[in-house]
Design a protein around this ligand. Structure first.
Ligand SMILES: Nc1ncnc2c1ncn2[C@@H]1O[C@H](COP(=O)(O)OP(=O)(O)OP(=O)(O)O)[C@@H](O)[C@H]1O
Length: 450
């Protein structure tokens, strides 16, 4: 099959990498870590495509499985039109030459006993270039192109700084004249002052060698500096894919907005969003239902019939979560309430429980502990909370769980949003579910604000 330059150089479709989760010798597979869970994108020749997300979102696994350093468990990757899982050994060898990977830690990429000249020449030998003089000429040229000198050939890795080693890493990747470079956190291990120099060098080399580059980074600043297009990844999935400029000027997904607001900026006016990402990325072997980001989303949508400010809604959800997973400890609530009432716990047989304390005091304590006001603006939400509090004050945790689940179910938790094309970008978020013909959101879908 012939490939034309107008077609994408790489096409990734529903790529999936699940790791088996074993429960010990005898129990076999007890689950699957969904590190990459169905991502799709195209990359055109000469483009720089970035994948950004917090640590643990699956970026590195996406990189290694898209170039078959690890075998994907699902999906398809086409390089110049051909499915790479169907390669024979000669094609795989050619692919390994055409697509080079560079890693975060330049130190671990070099054998300390091998001179820099030999390290950069190694891929040439692997590819069968036996003429030593020719290899040396190529290495000398490459070292100069990455800002070092031909005379550095005889020196050893320990004689170079981290930034210089990353330059040598680039020279080595370029030795076999690849089409694509996959760079996993290429500057994260370097001093901030050096990072820009390396990114600039990558841009220059891209131009000179007509490279296609895929950059993986948790750092949006790095992505902004170098990428044409960006995919934002969360728990194995893409939540937004857009041109770099659009993504930074007008982020559409709450996760993107939260990541962006975490970038330090010297201009206080640009810090406006004030969104803070709390907690860690959830366990990819048991991702949250619906939108995987809903458990941390600062813009999670309340049920249609309720009118709550975002901050109160978040507190209600947090309370519901504590009841759901029983991290709300009724005995400790009872203990604090008893102290408040001046009850002498020594007079009580066995451990204190909510039934030993007046319901009113237990409820006050529950509200305080969960940051919930005495009265919410929405009467339906109020009634539900009152009912749940009464149940808890009677020790009925299961009943309260049911009450809260019934009334406080959000679409974000119920339905998984789909990555949908909108005005040249892709977003997967229920805030964008109903867009009117002029592109504005319906009132019901507006993000709720305080
Ligand atoms: N070999 C493996 N077996 C089981 N789970 C794995 C394996 N490799 C990665 N994971 C899990 O897959 C998830 C994604 O990991 P990955 O390293 O791809 O994320 P990342 O976004 O690149 O993060 P980081 O920047 O910290 O490497 C993590 O939860 C990780 O623990």
């Amino acid at each position: 099959m012939s490939w034309s330059r107008s077609e994408p150089i790489m096409q990734i479709e529903n790529l999936e990498k699940h790791y088996p989760l074993s429960g010990g010798l005898l129990s076999g597979e007890v689950g699957r870590v969904k590190a990459v869970d169905g991502i799709s994108f195209d990359i055109h020749e000469g483009e720089t495509f970035g994948i950004v997300g917090e640590s643990g979102c699956g970026k590195s696994t996406a990189a290694t499985s898209m170039i078959r350093l690890e075998e994907p468990t699902g999906g398809q990757v086409r390089y110049k039109g051909k499915d790479i899982t169907e390669y024979d050994s000669t094609e795989l060898k050619r692919f390994r030459r055409n697509v080079q990977m560079i890693f975060q830690d330049p130190d671990s990429s070099f054998d300390p006993r091998m001179s820099i000249g030999d390290a950069v020449a190694e891929p040439l030998i692997v590819q069968g270039m036996s003429d030593r003089k020719k290899r040396e000429a190529i290495v000398a040229d490459l070292l100069e192109r990455v800002g070092l000198s031909a005379s550095d050939m005889a020196r050893y890795p320990h004689e170079f700084s981290g930034g210089q080693k990353q330059r040598i890493g680039l020279a080595r990747a370029l030795a076999v004249n690849p089409d694509v470079i996959v760079a996993d956190e290429p500057v994260s291990a370097l001093d901030v002052s050096i990072q820009s120099e390396i990114l600039q060098l990558m841009k220059e080399l891209q131009e000179a060698f007509n490279l296609t580059i895929i950059v993986i980074s948790h750092n949006l600043g790095v992505i902004r500096e170098i990428c044409d297009r960006v995919a934002v990844m969360y728990l194995g999935e893409f939540v937004e894919v857009a041109n770099s400029e659009e993504l930074f000027n007008d982020p559409q997904h709450p996760y993107t907005r939260a990541l962006l607001s975490a970038i330090p900026t010297p201009d206080p006016r640009e810090r406006g969003l004030g969104v803070e990402l709390k907690g860690d990325v959830p366990d990819p072997s048991a991702p949250p239902s619906g939108c995987r980001f809903h458990t941390r989303c600062p813009e999670v949508i309340p049920p249609e019939n309720l009118e709550l400010s975002q901050s109160v809604w978040r507190d209600v959800l947090h309370f519901r979560q504590r009841v759901r997973d029983s991290t709300l400890n009724l005995d400790s609530v009872a203990e604090t309430a008893a102290v408040e009432e001046g009850i002498d716990t020594d007079d009580i047989d066995g451990d204190i429980s909510v039934s030993d304390v007046p319901a009113e005091t237990v409820i006050t304590q529950l509200r305080r502990e969960n940051n919930l006001p005495t009265e919410l603006a929405d009467s339906t939400a109020n009634e539900t909370l009152d009912k749940a509090f009464d149940q808890l004050a009677r020790g009925d945790l299961e009943g309260a769980k049911e009450t809260l689940e019934e009334s406080f179910m959000t679409v974000c938790e119920r339905d998984a949003p789909v990555l949908t094309e909108r005005e040249g970008r892709q977003v997967s978020c229920h805030l964008h579910d109903d867009v009117t013909t002029d592109g504005s959101m319906l009132e019901a879908d507006q993000p709720v604000s305080d």
